[in-house]
Design a protein around this ligand. Structure first.
Ligand SMILES: C[S@@+](CC[C@H](N)C(=O)[O-])C[C@H]1O[C@@H](n2cnc3c(N)ncnc32)[C@H](O)[C@@H]1O
Length: 235
């Protein structure tokens, strides 16, 4: 059973109120979040105009801004998340904050102009959309706002990663891991070929499975050493 839009909205609103500026407003696994930031951050270039869609309280967004000289905008559906993101931004020392902006926005109908970004980042957002149509619409919106040659960076839970994890567990006679959250839809690779053919962008980089699944399923795929060395600014 999938979450209704209202239930999803209430869930993230509660997270925003309960967790404030903490990384935990988006996910309790700080290690995995750092891994995502590292993997995404190394694909950003100085000068990029970036949008982080579904940015929650801006924890990752601000890290990207500290890693490279970017103009970056974070948008989220939940106004309380954006309020917390702006508090985070206000607290930043130096001039990083002047290159960051936050606003309320819905990934399925973004207010952004066509072809206005070099990079769109979407981490663990599309899985929240209750229907396949909404998920496909979100990906179309990402394509629309990227300039020709732009880059879409997705880190989303995918069926493929979940299956891979369970195949690995079976090798060790472990019981299958349940579909982690039956209220979300795990997107599948089959969504992407038509979008990848969209001439609107040059390259779409999909992390082949959610980092959580990758971490558990294959040390070959997962950049364990580099992630272990990862140090991020302490803000
Ligand atoms: C799991 S959190 C991920 C947050 C952030 N991307 C990160 O990596 O930490 C999912 C976020 O997506 C937001 N969200 C859910 N539906 C959305 C929508 N339709 N448009 C924009 N944001 C949405 C939620 O409010 C929540 O902050």
């Amino acid at each position: 059973m999938t979450m209704t839009v209202e239930e999803m909205f209430d869930y993230w609103k509660q997270q925003a109120v309960r967790e404030g500026e903490s990384y935990a407003s988006s996910w309790s696994d700080l290690y995995a979040i750092k891994m995502e930031i590292y993997e995404i951050g190394k694909r950003l270039k100085d000068g990029d105009h970036v949008i982080d869609i579904g940015c929650a309280n801006g924890f990752s967004t601000m890290h990207y801004a500290a890693m490279k000289r970017l103009d970056i905008k974070g948008v989220d559906l939940i106004p309380e998340m954006i309020e917390n993101a702006n508090v985070r931004k206000e607290k930043l020392a130096g001039n990083i904050g002047s290159h960051v902006e936050f606003g309320v926005g819905d990934i399925t109908c973004l207010e952004e102009n066509n072809a206005s970004y070099d990079v769109a980042i979407v981490t663990r957002v599309i899985i929240n959309l209750g229907t396949r149509d909404a998920q496909a619409k979100a990906l179309e919106e990402c394509a629309r706002i990227l300039r020709p040659g732009g880059l879409l960076l997705l880190s989303e839970a995918m069926m493929e990663g979940w299956r891979r994890l369970n195949a690995f567990r079976a090798e060790w006679n472990l019981p299958p891991y349940p579909n982690l959250n039956l209220t979300i839809i795990l997107i599948t690779n089959s969504y992407f070929p038509p979008l990848a053919e969209n001439s609107c962008w040059k390259k779409m980089l999909i992390f082949p499975a959610h980092t959580m699944y990758l971490r558990a399923s294959s040390s070959r795929c997962y950049p364990r050493r580099s992630a272990a060395k990862l140090t991020l600014p302490s803000r």
